[in-house]
Design a protein around this ligand. Structure first.
Ligand code: ZN
Length: 97
């Protein structure tokens, strides 16, 4: 049902959904690698559209439209706190064979 979407309160209840909507009005160009983002890809695709932070939350970035930008899922999830050498589980190996 559609109600589930309205109830969704991700990111600790911040108005993240509005921020995502705002970034979707921007050109779909990844803020990290500068390449275009294919909006037709499924959400779990590593090159799909996600909303990222200009400044990582771990470094004091806030969830606001000014601090958000389009990013590839792969670029976004590899961003982390921008600590060189620290390799987080970049993106789950969800290859669809
Ligand atoms: Zn990218």
């Amino acid at each position: 049902m559609v109600v589930a979407v309205a109830k969704w309160q991700g990111r600790k209840g911040r108005p993240w959904r509005r921020i995502v909507a705002a970034t979707k009005r921007l050109p779909p160009v990844c803020g990290r690698c500068g390449l275009q983002i294919d909006m037709t890809l499924p959400p779990n695709h590593r090159m799909s559209y996600t909303t990222g932070h200009r400044r990582a939350r771990a470094r004091g970035g806030v969830a606001s439209v000014a601090n958000a930008r389009p990013e590839h899922r792969a670029c976004n999830s590899s961003a982390g706190a921008d600590v060189p050498g620290r390799r987080t589980q970049a993106f789950r190996r969800s290859q669809e064979w």
